[in-house]
Write a protein that binds this ligand. Structure first.
Ligand SMILES: [Ca+2]
Ligand SMILES: [Ca+2]
Length: 257
């Protein structure tokens, strides 16, 4: 084992020296990718459909990298039923059980897919939240932020996508519910806010696309507070704008090199 490590280290040093000796190459500064943003509030269906079409045909949960198209998570499939209305939804469900190329992280304590508008957490939530696709919706537990990362469908291989869109329920405060998209080097490609709700459905949509697959991670910020027993929405006697999410729609995950 020690010999293997030493050989690998020596190899790395040779490579570093070779790179360091080459002063003839200059790296041109790449142009910043240009984002195309679409948003909607109220009756969002037409905007969501247009966003889907922008990304291409649905690849469903087909394993393996496809040349073009999109993926989508609606949280409604029967495969997720064993996890309904609990706080232990698997972070990698949508690239293991269902091969859609998405994994999630949060600084909170877990994730929850919910068929009761989260009313079992707090009865007041039934009057706040609503679904876009019937009838499950999703949220992190113990935090109002989550990250979505991309992998080649069915493989633990980091990937990038060219677009990402998301449906939110119950956005009450402007500029607080956002997606921030990041390139594979960790640099931010921009922050994009969802519009405030505007009708009884309470739904909002924001989506962003680029010409190339440049998005490696999306940070999703849901309003200004986490769901909780006794924690009411700002429109129901509380102090925080509580927001949850439904459909996430994204370009085909392509292996990032
Ligand atoms: Ca749904
Ligand atoms: Ca709210």
């Amino acid at each position: 084992m020690h010999r293997t490590k030493l050989v690998a280290l020596a190899g790395a040093m040779v490579m570093a020296a070779a790179c360091g000796d080459d002063k003839s190459i200059t790296n041109p500064v790449p142009p910043l990718p240009q984002a195309t943003v679409s948003t909607a509030t109220g009756d969002i269906a037409a905007t969501v459909d247009a966003f889907r079409n922008l990304l291409g045909a649905s690849n469903g949960a087909t394993a393996g990298e496809q040349a073009t198209g999109r993926r989508e998570i609606n949280w409604d499939g029967a495969g997720a039923n064993p996890f309904d209305n609990q706080n232990n939804f698997p972070a990698d469900f949508f690239n293991t059980n269902v091969k859609s190329g998405a994994v999630f992280t949060t600084a909170g304590t877990g994730f929850r897919n919910d068929s009761t508008d989260f009313a079992e957490i707090n009865p007041t939530y039934g009057a706040q939240f609503n679904f876009f696709s019937a009838k499950k919706i999703f949220a992190p537990i113990g935090s109002n932020q989550l990250d979505q990362l991309f992998q080649v469908a069915g493989q633990p291989t980091p990937a990038v996508v060219r677009g990402f869109g998301i449906v939110f329920s119950d956005v009450d405060l402007a500029t607080k519910t956002t997606i921030e998209v990041f390139a594979k080097d960790g640099s931010s490609l921009g922050v994009f806010a969802a519009p405030v709700r505007s009708d009884a459905s309470g739904l909002s949509f924001v989506g962003v696309t680029f010409d190339q697959a440049v998005i490696a991670r999306v940070r999703i910020t849901l309003g200004t507070g986490a769901l909780g027993t006794g924690v009411n929405d700002v429109t129901d006697g509380g102090t925080a704008d509580l927001v949850v999410l439904d459909n996430v729609i994204y370009g085909e995950p392509h292996q990032s090199f």
